[in-house]
Design a protein around this ligand. Structure first.
Ligand code: HEC
Length: 136
């Protein structure tokens, strides 16, 4: 009987510990899974010659205003530039995602800039709103 209750107590403590450790998923993760994962993949690694990786991308990791605005532009207007990205060309086209809200775009860009190896600052819905006004 003692053994059973010890096992039960240990199990209970484990559950408490596990649920305490689980952080809520960041809001951008949901947007990423729904709209970006099919091309850029769950690990952000992309598909060779087809879709560029976002993990380790130099543009995604730059914090200056020009790079931030370029990222917002890519999501709002898509990208079919055929310019090298970190030295590689990619043959697929990225569709425009202007149907996403300013908050969803801010969340997904903040997510890709702070996930995998990436360590860049957050992007706000206000910055997205400004670019939307300028570009669309
Ligand atoms: C249909 C496939 C597809 C989907 C869906 C897609 N992308 Fe892309 N993405 C691409 C391709 C292809 C390129 C490169 C286009 C080129 O070379 O002209 C690209 C480029 C990018 C870049 C520039 C990368 C760099 O290092 O310069 C970013 C950032 C990006 N996508 C983010 C996103 C985000 C965020 C989403 C979801 C909202 C998304 N993409 C959805 C295919 C896709």
């Amino acid at each position: 009987m003692r053994l059973v209750s010890t096992v039960l107590v240990a199990f209970f403590l484990c559950c408490v510990f596990v649920s305490w450790q689980q952080k809520p998923a960041p809001p951008g993760e949901k947007v990423y899974k729904q709209y970006c994962l099919s091309c850029h993949m769950a690990d952000g690694g992309g598909v060779p010659h087809l879709n560029p990786p976002l993990d380790g991308s130099s543009l995604v990791n730059k914090n200056d205003q020009q790079s931030t605005q370029k990222l917002i532009q890519i999501v709002l207007k898509g990208m079919t530039d055929r310019v090298p990205i970190d030295g590689e060309y990619y043959s697929n086209n990225m569709a425009a995602h202007a149907h996403l809200s300013n908050q969803e775009i801010a969340d997904v860009l903040t997510y890709i800039r702070s996930t995998w190896q990436n360590k860049a600052s957050a992007i706000s819905a206000k910055e997205v709103a400004q670019m939307r006004k300028k570009l669309l």
